[in-house]
Design a protein. Structure first.
Length: 148
């Protein structure tokens, strides 16, 4: 029994370590893109449960971006979709109108958050904030592209 427990702990630690390694790689690529477009960003990667794995605040990024980026990553895993997909759904005429007030206001309905998918399963989320929606999405996509 003890052996099985230790194996489960070892497997979990391996998964966590792998995710942290992936997060570092993604954050570095995203930061390179942010520097390239000259926009300081906050870059957050969370696990599949919405818990922060990596948090990177670039110097001079917007203070509001600290919570926005975190919540974009959270929204991407909580709803299993990119945050830009939620934009139309969250409008007054949309099927998910009012969702942004759910979950203590953590849901973000504009671009910059993406689920991270491995073997058809969401394993994490990335959230980026600090620029325009297009800039946030571009920087987040650079992070995702680092996994290819």
């Amino acid at each position: 029994m003890k052996k099985n427990f230790l194996k489960k702990v070892e497997d979990k630690m391996t998964t966590t370590g792998k995710l942290l390694d992936m997060a570092k790689k993604m954050a570095e690529a995203a930061a390179v893109k942010a520097i390239e477009i000259d926009v300081p960003m906050v870059i957050v990667i969370c696990d599949a449960n919405g818990n922060t794995v990596l948090y990177n605040r670039m110097e001079d990024s917007l203070l509001a971006s600290m919570s926005i980026a975190t919540n974009k990553a959270y929204t991407a895993v909580a709803l299993k979709m990119s945050t830009d997909t939620l934009t139309d759904l969250a409008k007054e005429s949309g099927q998910l109108f009012g969702i942004t007030s759910c979950d203590n206001g953590r849901m973000v309905a504009f671009g910059g958050g993406f689920p991270i998918i491995e073997n058809g399963k969401i394993i994490a989320g990335i959230g980026v904030s600090g620029g325009s929606v297009a800039e946030d999405m571009s920087v987040a996509q650079a992070g995702l592209d680092a996994l290819k």
